[in-house]
Structure formats: C-alpha cells, structure tokens
Design a protein around this ligand. Sequence first.
Ligand code: GDD
Ligand code: GTP
Length: 419
Amino acid sequence: MLKAVILIGGPQKGTRFRPLSLDLPKPLFPVAGLPMLQHHIEACAAVPDIREILLLGYFPAQQLQQFVSDMIAEYKIRIRYLQEYHALGTAGGIYHFRDQISFGNPDAFFVLNGDVCGDFPLQQMLKFHTGLATPSLITIMGTEATRQQSTMYGCIAEDKETHQILHYVEKPSTFVSTLINCGVYICSPGIFKTVKEIFNSRQDFQNSCDEREASESIQLEQDILMPIAGTGQAYVYTTDRWWSQIKTAGSAIYANRHYLQLYLRTHPARLTDNAPGKPKIIGDVYIHPSATVDSSAVLGPNVSVGKNAVIGAGVRIRESIVLGNSTIKEHSCVLYTVVGWNSTVGAWSRLEGTPCDPNPNKPFAKMDNVPLFNSEGKLNPSITILGCNVTVPAEVIVLNSIVLPYKDLPHSYKNEIIL
Ligand code: GDD
Ligand code: GTP
C-alpha cells in the first residue's frame, strides 16, 4: 500500500501569484479548468496502490473543506487535509503528521510540491524506486535545466550508472549541475528516523537559544536531502516529460497550455470540439459546461473558460484563462490574459499581455519567473491580469497590466499595476 502527501503551503506563500491568490488559496487556482491541486490528485489516484492522499498546509481548514469533499466524491479515494499550526517547512509537516502518514504501514509514500505541474511519470518512478538494488530512503524526480536557470532550483549531482545522489545543493549561488529537483519524491518509511534525528538536534538548538519557531521548521531540501546525499540512500529518477513550477500568474498560462495538451491523451472529452452552430475552436480549448459562448466567438489555442462565464459575439480569446462568472462582451479581444472571477470586459475592448514562455531555442529551458519590477523600478512586461470583480469599460485597451480586485477602470492602461 502507498500514500501520497501534497505540500500546499499557506496564506503567506504564493505572493508572486497575487492578486489571483487573494481570493482563494493558490493551489485551488484553476488551470485547464481544474484546480491546480486536482491535477496532482488525478495523477496520484491513477497509481493503483495509492490508498490515501494527505494535503499538508497551513491554510485555514474551511478554505479546503469543499475541495476535499469534491475530490473524494470524484476519485473515490481517501483524501484528508492536515493543517499545520504554522509554517513547519517542507519536511516539518511530514514529521509532525508522521503517525497519520505511517498509519496502515504504507510501503512508501510520494511527496509532491503543490506548486509544480507536469506530466508526472509516477508509476515509472515507483518502479525505479522499488527496483533499486540497494534500498532508497528517498528518490527524487529530477529533470534537465539550462546551466543558467539550474541555480534557481535544487541541484543534483548523480552517479550516472547507479543514479545514486552524490551531492545535493538547494539553489546554489554558483553552478553545480543541470539536473534539478522537480519537487516530487518517493520516501521509504525509514525517512522518519532521519527527520527525527534532525528534529532532535533542532530541539537541542532551541534549548540553547530559545528560537522556537525556527527550530520547528524543517526543510526537506536543506535539512534532509543535503546531508543524505552521498550516503548511498538517496536516488534520482530523471524524466524528460513536461514539467514546470507555477509561481507566477504567467506560469499558470503556460501550465494551462500544457495541461490542455495532456487532455488530448488522458481526457479528450474535456476538450471542446468544433461543431456547426458552435463557436470556432482553434487547438486545445476547455469550456466549462455551464459557460455560454456565442457561436460567432473564436477561441484558442490554449484557452480555459470557467463556470457560468459569458462570452459574447465576435469575441476573440487566445492563450488565456477566463475565470468563473466573468463576462466578455461583444467583439472584445483577450490575449495572454487571466480574467478574474466576476469580472466584466466591455464591448470592443482589448486585453493583452506579453507571454513569458521558456526560450524555445534553448533545449531544457524553463519559464523565467521574472520579478514584477525591473532594476529601474519599471513593471516587467508580463501577462495581463484582472483580479476578481473588475470592470473594464467598452473600447479600451489594457496592455501588460495587473488590475487589483474590485476596480472599475476609467480608461486604457499600459504597463501598469492598477491599485
Ligand atoms: N505544508 C507546508 N508547510 N508546505 C510548504 C511549507 C510549509 O511550511 N513551505 C513550503 N511548502 C510547500 C509550498 O507550497 C510548495 O508547494 C513546496 O512546499 C515547495 O515550496 P518552496 O519552499 O517555495 O520551495 P521552491 O518551490 O522554491 O523550491 C522547491 O521546489 C523546486 C521545484 O519546484 C525545492 O524543492 C527545489 O529544490 C525544487 O527545485
Ligand atoms: P500571430 O501572433 O503571428 O499569429 O499574429 P496575429 O495578428 O494573428 O496574432 P495576434 O496575437 O495579434 O492576435 C491573435 C488573434 O486575435 C488573431 O487571430 C486576430 O484575428 C485576433 N485579433 C487581434 N486583435 C483583435 C481585436 O482587436 N479584436 C478581435 N475581435 N480579434 C482580434
């Protein structure tokens, strides 16, 4: 029997995802029509031996309640949200809830960061983990990155033959390796002993300097992986499938495109087809069954339209996420934009952002999670984001801008944060 643990963080996390994470926890933000976390749950539920999924985070429990019940109903698997009383770090929660994770004696458990997305080869990874000649305490999913981008991730040096991890450095200041940590792991139950030793050494530290919070937070990367590397107990399973982090709203557009593409293979029924009397669909498009889209609208490629959204005549949407209950009126154009919940875009308006896709000419390039402002204090061009309940009047242009919730825009904007 196996279990899965998904690390979802808490309200102080996901700051780069604002203003979209102001209204709901970032892990519940819909990508390709489904909450980000549902893609993890779906991947875990497809592994036959996984009997229980534990979501670990420090969001108030009521924010996850409905989602958890929906997921149990949909995937018929045990799912629970375990709330940390404050941020315990990426391994602190695993230690704190060790009894719940170990209950029923699972042979191993997956750990997934909630803010990554991808076509996760969980079964292949499990086969690798269980087939190792010497047992692995922890197996990390790794992928190739560019030399320059690798330092923004955990970097792994492996023995090319055995795939043992020789050396691990979390976000090194200089180049270590192009093999990076995907934030997906398989742990053997023996890992708890290692975490306990670390916890105990932290307790000693606490007694000496009384820094309670610092001592309770344990980082899987720095506190576990770094010391375990080179001891012959940690392995890396490398994947060349699509994988990315979701840190910024721009990366949600990128993830949206890839999850839609994945549906072609896994859930083709989720994609919208062209049909007489229906809107024109280009490429991969998800439209929630409750949304109303005028037959003269043109959508795609890579568009998701949420619950009860209304898309008027002649509207053109491409590479965008239109969230629930929003209205896009006649002949408006929406490109590289996230339209927040309950927002309204007037007729003949244009919302446009700048894609922040990985460089297609560089093999293994990932998305650059560029900061909001450049060194001169100017907004870096990025996708356009409308927070929830925003009203855009007719015949205006909003270009590369971020609009905070509940704004009525008086006119056009370019490269601005509208507070
Ligand atoms: N439950 C819980 N409690 N979850 C947490 C906590 C915590 O205190 N802190 C972080 N997390 C969750 C986050 O929500 C996220 O899903 C994941 O743990 C990792 O978060 P970060 O601490 O922000 O790390 P990172 O994303 O910068 O880097 C990690 O992921 C990279 C891959 O995306 C590292 O593991 C890197 O080595 C790795 O390359
Ligand atoms: P490529 O990016 O090279 O394909 O050029 P493009 O001009 O086709 O793309 P652009 O990103 O400018 O526009 C994407 C789609 O939106 C195009 O198919 C246009 O037909 C459509 N489009 C562009 N501007 C408007 C507009 O103001 N209103 C409407 N309704 N559609 C528009």
